[in-house]
Ligand binder design. Sequence first.
Ligand SMILES: *Cc1c(COP(=O)(O)O)cnc(C)c1O
Length: 375
Amino acid sequence: MSRIYLSPPDVGEAERAALDAAMRSGWVAPVGPDLDAFESEVASVTARSYGVGLSSGTAALHLGLREVGVGPGDDVVISTFTFAATANAVTYCGATPVLVDSEASTWNLSPELLAEELVERAGRGRLPAAVLVVDLYGQCADYGRLLPLCEEYGLPVIEDAAEALGASYGGRPAGSFGAAAVLSFNGNKIITTSGGGMLVTDEEHLAERTRHLATQARDPGPHYEHTEVGYNYRLSNLLAALGRAQLAGLAQKVERRRALNRRYREALGDLAGVGFQPTGPTQEPNCWLTCITIDPQEARTTPEAVRLALEAQDIEARPTWKPMHLQPVYAEAPRRVDGTSERLFTTGLCLPSGSSLSDVDQDRVIDVVRASLAG
Ligand SMILES: *Cc1c(COP(=O)(O)O)cnc(C)c1O
């Protein structure tokens, strides 16, 4: 039996053919027709006017934050329950991430805690420069409450939709919220270019500025002229060709991950002490990862014991993200936390959820989890 991975790339003949065609076209360069097409196709899936293909989701976060005006000395509110890239992008700008906790009902940034933070900061004249909201594990945050709040204080919002391509909230696609949104095409995400990302936005100026900064901020003209410091952050045309083949299969990949999520809920939902990420009424998550929570008292075992039982059968599972306020690197960062993400971290376990996972292999996972929880 072969190892079962958490979320491996799901690629096949279509991707091979697309890469081959791009090679033969001669566009082995950081720009080209596949990149242009991939940008407009992703913009269309996210209901945006513009897309800018970049070397990673992290690069997209960095430039997005810069372009909404985040600079040295600023504060940026982010969800503490996220992958380190969210916080690191704030740090790249010379700004400080302000770590705000999740609500239990979505696992995403809590509108209540954000409101408390903004009231308090308005009182002392120290509003953040932006709010960076994460759509965790493929479920959008509660934008119906978060966006009006940020608007009230005049704060730009960036949506970190790195995990959420193909999800929707209130009938609107992930990636369509805020001044700009960020997608990731890393190897473990719902579609992949092996590595890559994109910034999507409706503001032409923001898209153009991002493209400029990502191409070494080179000014027009025959010689090399630079009036500001740029970055080498563009996605290559070859990888965009791979991305286009992946995007063509997005609907099936989302459908498969949702089916795996339903099967996990059916197979494990009756076990004492086991819970799942709740789905809000107008949410349609892409089910990027199915994560369970295991209450050690009720289940009489720990997520780590279950993870080790899976590992013994050559199955990869991972703890949920360790919140940023618990990370040594952000020990000094300001925070407003109420224990929610800490509880989700100590009880959480992400189960294999890749779109190439077969029913037979998922049953292997389910059997091990059931056996270690029934014991
Ligand atoms: C993966 C991820 C990123 C970073 O994307 P890369 O393409 O790996 O740089 C950022 N935020 C979140 C929430 C992610 O899961």
